[in-house]
Design a protein around this ligand. Sequence first.
Ligand code: GTP
Ligand code: MG
Length: 151
Amino acid sequence: MERTFIAIKPDGVQRGLISEIIARFERKGFKLVAIKLVNPTKSFAQKHYHDLKERPFFDGLCDFLSSGPVLAMVWEGEGVIKYGRKLIGATDPQKSEPGTIRGDLAVVVGRNIIHGSDGPETAKDEINLWFKPEELTSYTSNQEKWVYGVN
Ligand code: GTP
Ligand code: MG
């Protein structure tokens, strides 16, 4: 089953939004398979955002990501990579739709509270960067037959 890397950034953690954000993924029907609170170093943040290293905001972004605890998670479900991004909303909260996490809970692009992998390759790389294989669980949840049906 498809998996994606989702992280609540330091602003989301500091603002007490962990439970609100997790609830949205849970209620949708996605399954949490890994979770931990981490303090990334700046060089780790640079690795995570390596695709953006030429952008003018890269240094500030990496300082920010490494400024406090980040809640790192892996979520599993059919279409979770793409739909996870839909739940999160557009990068700039001024352009995110109401009803999305960033639309409802954030105001500016530099403090948009959550990260989600943007495709299957990135999801794989980010899960491997943030988690050791033994930190990833695999289990059947009781609600699966109700979320997906039996056949
Ligand atoms: P992530 O899920 O965090 O990767 O966001 P995204 O995929 O929606 O956007 P992208 O990967 O392009 O940018 C990564 C992060 O850089 C964003 O979440 C923002 O926090 C930040 N960012 C992107 N564009 C800008 C910008 O124009 N200015 C500033 N200050 N930050 C930006
Ligand atoms: Mg991105």
